[in-house]
Write a protein that binds this ligand. Structure first.
Ligand code: TYD
Ligand code: MG
Length: 439
C-alpha cells in the first residue's frame, strides 16, 4: 500500500517478511513445558564476575562502573562524531590489559582501521580485526575464537541470509541485534554495537534497537566543535543520564576531567545576557553558560530561536516573565544559546534562563561570580530542585562567590565558607535582584 490507512501518511510502510514456522516445534515445546518450573528469586545464584574497566574513566562512569561481562551496549551517534574512534581506543586499552578483543567492521577495510589505530595510540599488542558483514560467518568466527569483548561497527551494515530485505532495514537490524543478543548472553561475550542515527535522531527506525539492548549510549556534540558528550539513556546495570565529556584531538579522543571548567572557558566578562547555570548530569553537577539576546523587533511575529535547550521551555518562560513580572517580551526577538553546544534540558536551568533573558532585556550584566539554579513554575514561583548542596559545592570549586537558588531549597544547603546564598521565591524577585546589581 502506498498510503497508510491509519495515519494517512505516504510511503511509511516497511516490508517485513513473516518468519517461517518450523514444523514439529509444538511437540518439542510440549515436552519442554513438563520439565520447566519457575525459580525462587532468593535461590537464584548471582555470578559475581567483575566488571571490566574500559580504561577510559568517562566511559566507565557512563556504563555504571565498567563493562559488564555478557552485556550488549549500543553506541549511537551521528556519522563522523567519533564512535569508531572511541571504540578503537577502548579496544586498545582492553587489549593492553590482557583481554581478548575482536573488532568487526563492516564499513572500513583492515588498512583503514590500521591507519586510524596509528593515530589513536601504540598498537604493539594484538587486536584481532575482521572485516565482515555476514552474520552467519561472524557467529561461526565468534564460536571458534571466543573473544571476551566484540565491537560491531556498525549494526546497520550487518545482514542475515534468513531475512530477505536489504542491510540497514528495520527487519535486518532487528534480526542482527537479536543474534548479537544471543551471542552476548549465550557465550558471555560483551558486545558493543555501533549504530548510526537517522535524521530523526533515532537509531535505525523507531526505537527498534533500544528495547533489545542492555545499555544505550549516545555520542553527541557539534561535529565542528572539538568536544563530544557521551550520554547514557538506558542502562540495565547502572544509573542513566550520566555523561562523559571528551575532546577530539588529532590523536583521538581525550577525556575532559572537569567539564564545568571546559564549558565556561571563553565566557565574556561583564556582558549582559550571560548567566552561569548549574545542571546535574547524573551524579555530576555541570556549570554551563546560558546566553540570551533580547532585542526589540518590528516584525508582527517576533523571532525566537534556541540552541542547546528546549525551544518550548524557553517560550513558556518568556510567557511567565510577561505575565508574572510585567516584561513586554512579545515585542522582542529572543535568541537563547547554551555556550559550548552541549544540550541541557534539566528544569533546574530555568532560573538561569530567566536571569539571562531579563539581563539582556534590561541590558544589565549579572554578577560574574554568581551562578543560578532553580525550576520555575507557571505562577512565576521558583521551585525546589534536588542535590542543591552538590551544586553549591561545584560553584565553590570553580571560584564562584554567589549562588542564586530557590528559597525553599535553602535549608537543605549547609553553610559553605566564601559563598553567599541568595534565596529567591518568585521571578519578580529575580528581576529585582538583577536591577539591584546595576545600582
Ligand atoms: P569516526 O570515529 O570515524 O566517526 P564515526 O565512527 O562516528 O562515524 O570519527 C571521524 C572524525 O573524527 C573524522 O572527521 C576525523 C576525526 N578524528 C580526529 O579528529 N582525530 C583522530 O585522531 C581521529 C581518529 C579522528
Ligand atoms: Mg565509524
Amino acid at each position: 500500500m502506498g498510503q497508510c490507512p491509519g495515519c494517512r501518511e505516504w510511503n511509511t510502510f516497511a516490508e517485513e517478511p513473516a518468519p517461517a514456522k518450523k514444523a514439529g516445534s509444538s511437540v518439542k515445546t510440549a515436552v519442554r513445558i513438563s520439565s520447566i518450573e519457575p525459580t525462587r528469586l532468593s535461590q537464584v545464584s548471582v555470578d559475581e564476575r567483575q566488571r571490566v574497566s574500559s580504561g577510559i574513566t568517562e566511559l566507565d562512569r557512563v556504563l555504571g562502573g565498567g563493562i559488564v561481562p555478557g552485556s550488549l551496549v549500543l553506541v549511537g551517534g551521528d556519522p563522523g562524531i567519533g564512535k569508531s574512534t572511541l571504540l578503537l581506543q577502548v579496544c586498545h586499552n582492553l587489549v593492553r590489559n590482557g583481554n581478548n578483543v575482536l573488532y568487526i567492521s563492516g564499513e572500513e577495510s583492515a588498512q583503514q582501521i590500521k591507519l586510524r589505530a596509528q593515530r589513536v595510540g601504540d598498537f604493539k599488542d594484538d587486536l584481532m580485526v575482521l572485516c565482515e558483514t555476514n552474520l552467519e560467518i561472524i557467529r561461526a568466527v565468534l564460536e571458534k575464537s571466543k573473544p571476551d569483548i566484540v565491537v560491531i561497527d556498525s549494526i546497520q551494515t550487518m545482514y542475515s541470509e534468513n531475512v530477505s530485505s536489504a542491510p540497514g532495514s528495520v527487519s535486518q537490524v532487528r534480526e542482527s541485534t537479536g543474534v548479537f543478543m544471543q551471542i552476548a548472553k549465550g557465550m558471555g561475550i560483551s558486545v558493543f554495537l555501533v549504530g548510526h542515527v537517522t535524521k530523526e535522531g533515532v537509531v535505525a527506525g523507531p526505537r527498534v534497537l533500544e528495547h533489545m539492548v542492555d545499555t544505550v549510549l549516545y555520542f553527541e556534540g557539534d561535529r565542528h566543535a572539538a568536544y563530544r558528550i557521551l550520554r547514557g539513556v538506558k542502562n540495565r546495570f547502572g544509573s542513566t543520564n550520566e555523561i562523559g565529556v571528551f575532546e577530539m584531538r588529532d590523536t583521538g579522543l581525550v577525556e575532559v576531567e572537569n567539564p564545568s571548567e571546559y564549558m565556561l572557558s571563553g565566557k565574556p566578562e561583564n556582558a549582559s545576557g550571560s548567566v552561569v547555570a548549574c545542571s546535574m548530569e547524573g551524579t555530576r553537577p555541570v556549570l554551563i553558560e546560558i546566553q540570551a539576546l533580547v532585542c526589540q523587533t518590528n516584525l508582527p511575529m517576533p523571532r525566537r530561536t534556541t540552541a542547546g535547550t528546549d525551544f518550548n521551555r524557553v517560550n513558556l518562560l518568556l510567557a511567565v516573565l510577561e505575565k508574572r513580572a510585567g516584561l513586554h517580551l512579545s515585542s522582542c526577538d529572543v535568541y537563547v544559546n547554551i555556550a559550548g553546544g552541549i544540550k541541557m534540558t534539566e528544569p533546574a536551568i530555568d532560573l538561569g534562563l530567566i536571569l539571562a533573558l531579563v539581563s539582556s532585556y534590561k541590558d544589565i550584566a549579572v554578577d560574574e561570580k554568581a551562578i543560578a539554579f532553580g525550576e520555575v513554575g507557571l505562577s512565576g514561583e521558583i521551585r525546589a530542585v534536588n542535590m542543591a548542596q552538590q551544586r553549591v559545592q561545584e560553584a565553590k570549586k570553580l571560584g564562584f562567590t554567589t549562588v542564586l537558588m530557590p528559597e525553599v531549597s535553602r535549608k537543605s544547603v549547609e553553610k559553605i565558607e566564601g559563598i553567599r546564598i541568595i534565596g529567591l521565591k518568585t521571578v519578580r524577585e529575580a528581576v529585582t535582584c538583577i536591577m539591584q546589581h546595576q545600582s
